[in-house]
Ligand binder design. Structure first.
Ligand code: HEM
Length: 587
């Protein structure tokens, strides 16, 4: 190359870099000072690039970070992306997620689920309405009653297996529940079950759960790198498998869904209950498979994580535990006779329903953002006396709704079934946002409600249960739906440890009501540190955990058998946890 050519290339490289630098600088200036959302407070990095929210989302449980930032900036409309606000004004929930005029779903977010035009991902209101009309009957209350025998059948299989294994093997309750809920929805969506509950002789492991974890694990990456998603979508399966071996199970899952549809198309519905395929006859083969698979993914882990969280909370408070067992007629009342547990009967047990609702509230399986676009040609959307420009992306999280003291009172974060049993409690239903609200609310909520009710009844009538002393809870992970970090899932300890736990004074103690009591109980020191914006800081012996406020600390102490060492850094990197480990105490 001539010297002249080299000079020219160097010149072009310098100009290119300058143009790029000017572009970044100008776009930063635009987003910070001239964008329609420029006047809304939030972290600077969030205003200029979406990387900030991807990073926070990927960190595990973004809602706590957002809550802290709302407090820090003293705002109900926090800027969390160049064009996105997170809202905490709870009165606006029904405006965004309304029945008559809902704000439309933000397409880019839902594209990452890689299931275009299903009832869950469809952005176009008309097309969504049409698909929902097809599916509504099978998800109705009448449809759920027809599905009820399947739930009993699967619950009995699970209980029997736990009973068989509990003396010799560790049992992971979270996995057991995931197998159960997946199988129920499979029967419902595919007219066939993969027999996950019995897949392994001595555990509840299943290739299907591995596939689920792979799907959930890749979701935020798919959000962050839409190009990667598009490229991966064009590559042959074999190449994708090579790039990410975990995806083998995902393809296996797709193939399984397809084989179920083929079976259904050849033999028709051979079950005694309605199945989703029946309502989808007008769709193409491919769309039927995607819809059924989406319903399976939407309904399986969500219900299992709610159940797991609910059981942990119930077991962590002896009073609630005893009340529930008594309301159900005592442990051992289950005699293997399914008649005892008919849903209609169970729904009359007020304390059980209260525990179900509280499990759905506190153990919300979809705690995070459900992003929507502020519509044009509508009433101005005003938060903090500021009009939010049409075209902006907004959301109010279930986490925000369910931790609101304005709605639930000072014990908003505490698992308290009694809140549902007061004369005025009926009005609280409108604030239970676990399933979202309006025209895009969960179509499977009747199914989920039935499953949680029936399975809690089976567990608490079949076994004496207790949390083990001093176990390490797994990290809570929000991957759109709540997951336990599989690496940290703790198995149920073997029988010789049950005696120890049954004698543990912690398990018989009433809930500790406040920080002073908690300090006394634990011998640990609890303090509020100003640099962490009122978050609770606590030092003691043992392991590390973090809590958002003092009301969280007391029940946590009880649950974790106290010797915990809590510290919170200025950045409020918080790991609040729930516990998939439950002991089965022999009668
Ligand atoms: C405790 C269990 C469950 C929770 C917490 C839950 C939560 C939710 C939430 C929050 C949404 C709205 C999502 C959004 O706006 O992006 C939703 C939608 C949906 N859920 Fe559920 N769900 C549960 C169980 C189920 C079950 C059992 C099924 C199926 C059998 C199901 C199927 C669906 C479907 C198909 C949608 C999309 C509805 C639409 O957009 O019209 N879910 N769910």
């Amino acid at each position: 190359m001539h010297q002249g050519d080299r000079n020219q290339l160097a010149f072009l490289a310098v100009i290119g870099s300058l143009v790029l630098a000017a572009y970044f600088l100008l776009s930063r200036l635009y987003y910070l000072y001239f964008h329609p959302l420029a006047s809304f407070p939030g972290p600077t990095n969030a205003a200029t690039s979406r990387r900030w929210i991807y990073r926070v989302t990927d960190s595990g449980f973004p809602e706590e970070e957002l809550e802290w930032l709302h407090k820090k900036h003293q705002t109900s409309a926090l800027r969390i992306g160049p064009n996105e606000l997170h809202i905490t004004d709870v009165s606006k929930y029904k405006v965004i997620y309304s029945q008559a005029n809902p704000f439309p779903k933000w397409g880019e977010f839902y594209e990452a689920f890689n299931s275009p035009h299903t009832v869950f991902t469809e952005v176009d209101a008309k097309m969504h309405k049409e698909r929902r009309r097809l599916l509504n009957p099978v998800f109705s209350r009448a449809g759920v009653f027809k599905l009820e025998p399947i739930i009993h059948d699967k619950a009995r299989t699970m209980i029997k297996k736990i009973d068989r294994l509990r003396e010799k093997n560790d049992i992971n309750v979270y996995d057991a529940l995931r197998c159960l809920t997946t199988e129920v929805i499979m029967e419902f969506a595919f007219a066939k079950s993969a027999n996950m509950l019995e897949e392994q002789e001595t555990s509840f492991e299943s290739w299907f759960l591995t596939a689920f974890d792979a799907v959930a694990g890749s979701l935020w990456k798919m959000q962050e790198f839409p190009l990667l998603r598009k490229v991966a979508g064009c590559l042959p399966d074999k190449v994708v498998e090579r790039l990410d071996p975990q995806l083998v199970n995902v393809f296996r899952m797709l193939k399984y869904a397809e084989s179920c549809l083929n079976h259904y198309e050849m033999h028709g519905n051979t079950t005694s209950h309605p199945v989703v395929f029946e309502d989808l006859s007008s769709l193409s083969h491919k769309n039927k498979v995607t819809e059924a698979l989406d319903i399976l993914i939407a309904g399986a882990d969500t219900t299992a994580s709610t159940l797991t969280a609910g059981m942990m909370h119930i077991l962590s408070n002896p009073k609630i535990h005893t009340n529930l067992v008594n309301a159900l007629g005592g442990v051992g009342a289950y005699s293997g006779n399914a008649e005892v547990f008919q849903l209609l009967e169970l729904e009359k047990i007020e304390y059980l329903t209260a525990c179900v609702k509280e499990s759905l509230r506190v153990g919300m399986a979809v705690p995070g953002r459900l992003p929507r676009i502020v519509p044009h040609n509508a009433q101005p959307f005003v938060v903090d006396d500021k009009v939010i420009p049409p075209g902006s992306i907004v959301s109010i999280s279930a986490y925000t709704m369910h931790t609101s003291e304005e709605i639930w009172g000072p014990d908003a974060r505490i698992f308290n079934p009694d809140r549902w049993l007061k004369p005025e409690s009926k009005s609280l239903d409108q604030y239970l946002c676990t399933f979202s609200k309006g025209s895009r609310k969960c179509i499977g909520q009747n199914v989920a409600f039935a499953e949680v009710t029936i399975v809690l009844a089976y567990f608490f009538r079949s076994f004496k249960m207790a949390l083990p002393p001093g176990f390490q809870p797994p990290e809570r992970k929000d991957k759109f739906t709540m997951e336990c970090n599989p690496m940290q899932s703790i198995p149920i300890p073997k029988l010789h440890r049950l005696i120890e736990s049954a004698q543990s004074p912690t398990l018989n103690r009433p809930a500790i009501g406040n920080v002073e009591d908690a300090e006394q109980e634990s011998g640990a020191e609890i303090s509020s540190s100003p640099e962490s914006s009122g978050l609770v800081s606590m030092r003691g012996k043992g392991r590390t955990a973090s809590f958002h406020d003092s009301s969280d600390v007391a029940p946590a102490l009880l649950r974790t058998n106290i010797n915990i060492h809590i510290h919170i850094n200025g950045n409020s990197h918080i790991h609040r946890q729930f516990f998939p480990c439950i002991l089965f105490v022999p009668d």
